[in-house]
Structures are given as structure tokens and as C-alpha cells.
Design a protein around this ligand. Structure first.
Ligand SMILES: C[S@@+](CC[C@H](N)C(=O)[O-])C[C@H]1O[C@@H](n2cnc3c(N)ncnc32)[C@H](O)[C@@H]1O
Length: 293
């Protein structure tokens, strides 16, 4: 950028073109989100102030973000925030950036929690806490436990629970899958978006995704390692009739359905996301049997 006067309009036009030429996703939107972040305003406000010139410091701060975005840092790590289920979650390199398709998982899990009564939910592999916190926020009498193997993710999930006013009903426990749970803990819903990408596919992911924690992505040699353990473990902690709801990779539907059936769930099924790709898998704890010991 030269030393001429840079208004919001001009900066946005220049940056959107620059991003487009370099193959950055959603170039105009990305330019607006980053500029709104630097100017501590909203994207709508930018349009009201299109002719406002940027101060030197503002321009310098924006240029620095452009450079980081060009180097592959995800937009949400740069702004430090991601909207999920209508709430702002703090995100940074400690956690996976919540994806819109995961909102479908929240939607499904909410059906299994009473609207006007107490409920119990477990979110295994909680990351930023987006699923656990959304469930607690949408069901004001529900108690939610959340686990994650990454102590950094647990710390951020706790910060988010605090910031979003549900820390009294969301407990974040550090440890692998079900191991940090009290022995007698039972849940109406177990929900999980575990790592499910096959290890060998990780080098081929976009630069942005590879900036996310490896522990959040790597599902072992076939991508199913964690899903298998969630399917097995949830049988031990679900109440009769309780729901297991998981996010899965688009090629994993048949394998996961078979795993759910083999583990003894009722009503094992796979559902698609809005782009018609297998994305969610469900099983119900049989009512007749006790949970497996
Ligand atoms: C795909 S991310 C999902 C994060 C969040 N639930 C979401 O939907 O955005 C998977 C998370 O699982 C965690 N994780 C990986 N292995 C785990 C394990 N054995 N036990 C618990 N959490 C694990 C990672 O640290 C990461 O936060």
C-alpha cells in the first residue's frame, strides 16, 4: 500500500482484490472481518463510515493482520473469536475453530434434553467448549460435563463457560475421553466431535487447517480410533434410552453405523449435513439392558 489516504472503502477494495489474487477464501468478507477487528467496530459500521480515513497506526495494525492471514493463519485466530450457535466463543491456536456443521450436532443433542427440567449431558473432546456451553446455555436446568485431553483446551473452555455465564453448570475435566469422570456419572446425552481425520490425510489439508492443533484432527490410521472409543465408552455412562450423538467424517458413515450396531445401540443411524454429506451419527442406549459394566 502506498502513502496516499486510505479510507475504509479503499482499504477494503484493495485488500479484497489482494486476497482474491492470492486465493484466500471469502476475500471481501475476510477483509471486512479483519478491518472491523482492527477498528474495534462491526462490519455494518464499516459501511456507515466508508469515507473515514484510517490512522497510521490502524493501517499498520491492519497490514500486519493481512500478512498473517496471507501466511495461512485462520481469520478466527487473528480476531480471537468465532460465532457458534449465536454466541461468541474465544478461540486461539489452543483449540479447533468451531465449524458451522457442528451446530447440527448441538441441535440434535438438544432434542434429548428436557426444556423445562433438569438434564445431564457429557461432551467428550470439548475443545473450545462450544458444544457443552451451547447445551447449557440453551437448557438452563441442565448440568454438563466436558472432557479434553489438552490442558490448554480445557483452560480455554473454562474461560468460555465463564464469559458466557454457564460456568456454574459446565464442568471441564482434563483427561482422555471418559477417564476423568466420577465413577457413578450417568448422562441423558453423550455428545462428541472427536478428531476423525486419518493421520495420513493431515499433510494434505489446507494451510489454515494445519494451523489447528494436531490433537484436534488426528483420528489415527483410519480416522476412527477416537470414534470407536467414544462408541464403546458411551454405552457405560448413558442412562437407558439416552442418546449418543457424534460428528463424523463424510466417508465414515457405513463404518460408524456398523460400529454402533456392533456395540449394541438401538436405532443406530447416520445423518447428512446441509451439503448432503454424512456428518452425524447416533445411537440410543437400549432401555431393556443396563449400561455395560
Ligand atoms: C475436533 S476437536 C473438537 C472440538 C470441539 N468439540 C468442537 O466441536 O469444535 C477434537 C478435540 O478432542 C480433543 N482430544 C483429542 N484426543 C482426545 C482424548 N483422547 N480425550 C479427550 N479429548 C481428546 C482435542 O484436544 C480437541 O480439542
Amino acid at each position: 500500500m502506498s502513502e496516499e489516504i486510505w479510507t475504509i472503502r479503499r482499504v477494503l477494495t484493495w485488500t479484497a482484490q489482494h486476497f482474491e489474487k492470492r486465493g484466500v477464501d471469502a476475500p471481501r468478507l475476510t477483509a471486512e472481518v479483519l478491518l472491523a477487528h482492527v477498528l474495534k467496530t462491526t462490519r455494518v459500521r464499516l459501511y456507515v463510515d466508508l469515507d473515514r480515513p484510517l490512522e497510521k497506526e490502524e493501517l499498520a495494525a491492519f497490514k500486519a493482520l493481512i500478512a498473517r492471514r496471507m501466511a495461512g493463519e485462520p481469520t478466527q485466530y487473528l480476531t480471537g473469536v468465532r460465532e457458534f450457535y449465536n454466541r461468541p466463543f474465544k478461540v486461539d491456536a489452543r483449540v479447533l475453530i468451531p465449524r458451522p456443521e457442528t451446530e447440527l450436532l448441538v441441535e440434535a443433542a438438544l432434542h434429548a434434553l428436557p426444556k423445562d427440567g433438569p438434564g445431564t449431558a457429557l461432551d467428550v473432546c470439548t475443545g473450545s467448549g462450544c458444544i457443552a456451553i451451547s447445551l447449557a446455555a440453551e437448557r438452563p436446568q441442565a448440568s454438563v460435563l466436558a472432557t479434553d485431553l489438552s490442558p490448554d483446551a480445557c483452560a480455554l473452555a473454562r474461560e468460555n463457560a465463564q464469559a458466557l455465564g454457564v460456568a456454574d453448570r459446565v464442568s471441564v475435566l482434563h483427561g482422555s475421553l471418559f477417564t476423568p469422570l466420577p465413577p457413578d456419572a450417568r448422562f441423558q446425552v453423550v455428545v462428541s466431535n472427536p478428531p476423525y481425520i486419518a493421520s495420513g490425510e493431515i499433510p494434505g489439508l489446507s494451510a489454515e487447517v494445519r494451523r489447528e492443533p494436531r490433537m484436534a484432527l488426528d483420528g489415527g490410521p483410519d480416522g476412527l480410533a477416537l470414534l470407536r472409543q467414544v462408541i464403546e465408552g458411551a454405552r457405560r455412562v448413558l442412562v437407558p434410552g439416552g442418546l449418543l450423538a457424534m460428528e463424523i467424517g463424510e466417508t465414515q458413515g457405513p463404518a460408524v453405523q456398523a460400529l454402533l450396531q456392533a456395540a449394541g445401540y438401538d436405532n443406530a443411524r447416520v445423518e447428512k449435513d446441509l451439503e448432503r454429506r454424512d456428518r452425524l451419527a447416533f445411537g440410543t442406549q437400549p432401555v431393556a439392558n443396563q449400561p455395560r459394566g
